[in-house]
Design a protein around this ligand. Sequence first.
Ligand code: NAD
Length: 277
Amino acid sequence: VTVPSVDLIDGASMPQLGFGVFQVPDDEAESAVATALENGYRSIDTASAYQNEEGTGRALRGSGVPREELFVTTKLWNTEQGHDNALRAFDASLGRLGLDYLDLYLIHWPMPARGTYVETWRALEKLKADGRVRSIGVSNFTVETLQRLLDETDVVPVINQVELHPYFQQPGLRTFHREHGIHTEAWAPLGQGHGLLEDPALARIAQAHDRTPAQVALRWNLQLGNVVIPKSVTPSRIAENIDVFDFDLGPSDMAAIGELDKGTRFGPDPATFDAAG
Ligand code: NAD
């Protein structure tokens, strides 16, 4: 399988589909990431908070895939915000991954009440200027927190990684991204196991295309232009989730899925979430 790339506003590009490792224990991350790489995934999404950067790094380094063909993302955790903290956190993440540069570094949550995301972003700008990370972006940012970054800092985030699936479609945020050249990356594209994949409309569309509901949910996100990072530790599902580039949803399928938006999240609200654990 060859995954298409998307062009980022800083001139870099990234695979439109990657592999997420949230909730994968470190000792399982190595085999899960290795399986993903064998199936053609080249983009891997981890985070300092996932505590599996070491296992992920072992799989990346042991895979035989040339470094320049890999696209590695990690994220700065809430407790690591602040300018100098962020510089130290980056070194620690890179060390755990065992890499000498990163492709994409994200601020995991904005924590707007603390207001430290602006000085944190300045540190990411420095890491990019120093060539230690190719691209910098954010995660779980809202229109308000993105606007403040755009107003007060120099580098536009290449991407905002947010909860986005047929039950939570984020139309307003996607429009804002488009207006500013920020790419949308969907986390929980499969609805995290909360019943999305049992939806009757997804089942009907899946049956019509001889596909699974998971593949339809991913295809919908891809056809919106978003980057997706589905997670699984089951080899057959890892293969299934990347096998989504040889069929198209028609306009009526896209419209029917568009109707499924409930406008409610499964995950935390970024306006208030500030867990420091
Ligand atoms: P997801 O939507 O990818 O769902 C994963 C779950 O779906 C699996 O645990 C499994 O139970 C099920 N599943 C996977 N493939 C399936 C298939 N083919 N058929 C049926 N069921 C299937 O949820 P996620 O892991 O939360 O999100 C994906 C990735 O996004 C994460 O691994 C992580 O990298 C990232 N993420 C980021 C944030 C953030 O705050 N930035 C938050 C959550 C997740």
